[in-house]
Ligand binder design. Sequence first.
Ligand SMILES: *Cc1c(COP(=O)(O)O)cnc(C)c1O
Length: 405
Amino acid sequence: MLKFPIFMDNHSTTPMDPRVLEAMLPFFTEKFGNAASRNHSFGWEAERSVDQAREQIARLIHADPKEVIFTSGATESNNLAIKGVAQMYREKGNHVITSVTEHKAVLDTAKHLENEGFAVTYLPVDRDGLIDPEAVKSAITDKTVLISVMMANNEIGSISPVAEIGKIAKERGVLFHCDATQGVGKIPVHVQEMGIDLMSLSAHKMYGPKGIGALYVRKKGPRVRLAPMMDGGGHERGMRSGTLNVPGIVGFGAACELCGLEMEEEGKRLTQLRDRLREKIFGQLEEVYLNGHPTKRLPHNLNISFAYVEGESLLMGLKEIALSSGSACTTATLEPSYVLRALGVGSDLAHSSLRFGLGRFNTQEEVDYVGQRVIETVLRLREMSPLYEMAKEGVDLKNVQWTQH
Ligand SMILES: *Cc1c(COP(=O)(O)O)cnc(C)c1O
């Protein structure tokens, strides 16, 4: 039995796993202690639960629990990592390296640093959305203090060569930050093997609650230091003051534990469903194009451009399904996705794209329904499209002389 609306936008957020909610509930009521209260059992109980969550998170990423700093989410973690390192190591240098397809929480933070006099190199990506580790190597100067490259892209799902970049960073003695928000809990993440010094995580992208995340901060080899963004009680090794969000942290820990246990099987299941959806769409529609790397991609991501169809119109025709288009609403206009543009996808095809983000609670029945509805809707919209008509008749649209008004 299908239930509507169908949620297939799991890169924007995920529904919380009921098992996570269950773990959290007592911490809103009887277990309400402040983890920083050292004088009574309410505080001790909260602290014990926070410590347990820290271990659950650390285990999933192969870190030491002491290296986990709780934040409000990946946006804050990215800000803290990038601004915190830049400020702390300013004496050493003023250069930061990142890539053009990072999340806005990284790009806007980098821009902020530029306004403060830092130099930022934005490395390009190839047609599949991947950054070249050799380009990272070439961009490093004796003023470089940080490299920030994401683990997996939130729009196209491409998985970066993180271990290669980590190796280069180590060789050159430059700190390496990785926004792993889309990767943790979906693919194996190992901060040692990947040479990561700082890493951003967010619970709500992995079936945990919103408003809680973490920054992994390496403690040895090297010991990373950070200028804190907030002054206060000196919580979280002085890097992030503020009373801990205990229910959120407990939920985050539970979410990590579940991902650790189920990731392998879930990855296989979602890969199979994702490929089924892709094959169905590619089998029944012409002029559709896959965005992102064909194999080095997240198991649950599919991003497709449907030529001659506006992504927004497509979504209008699919109101009972929650998906994202390749357009971003800015203040006045509909801009094509900067990620797709960075791959070299033309503005028309970028506007024609949809992102399918499958998740833990999607079923094969839903996938088949979504595939069928997408196909129907694309065919219907193309029937109404004069451009598609002309293209079918063999008119080369690039050579058409349009009247200018
Ligand atoms: C969602 C997301 C963020 C922002 O995370 P919040 O916890 O919502 O602040 C940052 N980076 C990537 C890659 C994301 O997908």
